[in-house]
Design a protein around this ligand. Structure first.
Ligand code: NAD
Length: 457
């Protein structure tokens, strides 16, 4: 059997070998899920909810150990691993509260003779191909509501978060989800590609635009529901009336949290020329305070870079920005190993000819660009192929609403950033994807509406 080798990105040491799937085992697992799904869907919602309640309790009981597993394979600072798990509990609570109501049959017409109803039936077997950067969040946005609404799930964690994926499988099974209803597939992109070939009713993918586009192309003729949650190049504009210190503290965190490896990291900052210098000074003061180091330490803020090839992307963006005249204020280089490390990197004097302002960095790099006013800022924010999130800092809500209504982004932020709420839909424009997760829409998305026309004889 093929083995998947797992390495700790902070130390470069080998942690484990895990038996991986191949095309034949993927096909067998898909057939198993197909056979098991109907019985799961027939169980009352309350029984499925009870399984997720037990799953939640197990996460609470084992939170420190689960956080350590995630940190060991991704290099995420341990405090952020705990934050993710605690945040995930809140998402579970939302899904538990809302699942019943969101998919209850709706009576939409009744004239005494004819009744019309909408029934929300499960899609069936859904594939969940996931990213490594927030494995509990991005996986759970799919598998929790999918299971609650009666689907079977074929879950392919990222090859960089496999141990966490296996823990999720173990905990769901111990909580009472049948082993054939939630099945973990282990492996890299080849296993994901094999999943596309199977008899599935939905493909829910989170990852890069490049992979998402490949999946969309392969899925096209299948006519199967497809959702893609992809990357971003998320901008924020700091207006001339904003408090530069408060905005800088918030945006430095938004750019560097999780070592900048977040789909909704702040990736571009535009600052009004009147407060640009004060903002940059405060921003640098915050960044200089970020502790880079051992992800296992409680006070580490910047951890390891999970995927080694991403270091080459950073090097290339830094070279390009320098060559085109940007001013490097800190970082701009790899840090000594073992493991994958990059210094927090801040540029000013950037513009849109530079890759740093156009292509997703997905790391602790940020460009700060001076702008002359609101119209220039909006034009620059929209000058992107992505559209996941965007933000504005100003004390004036009317001004913020006016600006953000002109920006093409799935989520918009006033005086905040890098934020996801289970109560709000998570979606993107352009190359940031199609479809959505979270909110009650992100529960209904795992169902198919069936139209009932009922006339009494
Ligand atoms: P990735 O595209 O490299 O991999 C994602 C998943 O796809 C992995 O499980 C991988 O094994 C699988 N895969 C790779 N090739 C495949 C193929 N040909 N067919 C099927 N599956 C295949 O992305 P990543 O490095 O894991 O994640 C980082 C990216 O994800 C960033 O661009 C980030 O912005 C994005 N992301 C988006 C969101 C969101 O909600 N929009 C959330 C988290 C991450």
């Amino acid at each position: 059997m093929i083995q998947l080798s797992i390495t700790n990105p902070a130390t470069g040491t080998h942690i484990a070998d895990v038996p991986a799937d191949d095309a034949a085992s993927v096909a067998a697992k898909a057939a198993t899920a197909r056979a098991a799904q109907a019985a799961w869907a027939e169980r009352p919602m309350a029984e499925r909810q009870a399984c997720i309640v037990r799953f939640r309790a197990a996460i609470v009981a084992q939170l420190d150990a689960l956080a350590s597993v995630m940190t060991s394979e991704t290099g995420k600072p341990i405090a952020m691993s705990r934050n993710e798990l605690n945040g995930f509990l809140g998402r579970i609570d939302f899904f538990l509260e809302q699942a019943g109501g969101s998919v209850a049959t709706e009576q939409v017409f009744d004239d005494g003779g004819m009744r019309e109803q909408i029934e929300h039936t499960p899609l069936g077997v859904v594939a969940n191909i996931s990213a490594w950067n927030y494995p509990w969040f991005v996986g759970g946005n799919v598998f929790v509501p999918a299971l609650l609404t009666g689907n079977a799930v074929l879950y392919k964690p990222s090859e960089f978060a496999t141990l966490t994926g296996l823990e999720i499988g173990r905990l769901l099974q111990e909580a009472g989800v049948p082993k054939d209803v939630f099945i973990v597939l282990v492996g890299d992109g080849a296993v994901g590609a094999a999943l596309i070939e199977q008899d599935i009713d939905g493909m829910f993918f989170t990852g890069s635009h490049a992979t998402g586009a490949r999946i969309a192309q392969a899925m096209g003729p299948r006519l199967v529901k497809l959702q893609l949650e992809l990357g971003g190049k998320d901008p924020t504009y700091v207006c001339d009336d904003a408090d530069p210190k408060a905005a800088a503290a918030s945006l430095a965190d938004g750019a560097m949290y999780n070592t900048g490896q977040s789909c909704c990291s702040v990736e571009r900052i535009y600052v009004h020329e009147k407060i640009h210098d004060a903002f940059v000074e405060a921003f640098m003061a915050t960044v200089r305070g970020f502790k880079v180091g051992d992800p296992k330490s409680d006070d580490t803020y910047i951890g390891a870079i999970t995927r080694a090839p991403q270091l080459e992307v950073f090097d290339a963006q830094v070279r390009d920005a320098k060559a085109k005249g940007a001013r490097l204020l800190c970082g701009g280089e790899r840090l000594p190993g073992p493991g994958n490390w990059y210094a927090p990197t801040v540029f000013t004097g950037v513009n849109h000819t530079m890759d740093l302002m156009r292509d997703e960095s997905f790391g602790p790099l940020i460009g700060i660009q001076k702008v002359s006013g609101d119209d220039e800022a909006v034009a620059l924010m929209n000058d992107t192929r992505y559209g996941l999130t965007a933000g504005v800092f100003t004390p004036d809500e009317t001004r913020a609403r006016g600006l953000l209504s002109r920006v093409r982004a799935g989520s918009v932020y006033w005086n905040c950033c890098d934020r996801v709420s289970p109560r709000l839909p998570w979606s993107g424009y352009g190359d940031s994807g199609v479809g959505l997760t979270l909110s009650t829409y992100g529960i209904q998305t795992f169902t198919r509406p069936k139209a009932w026309h009922l006339r009494k004889a």
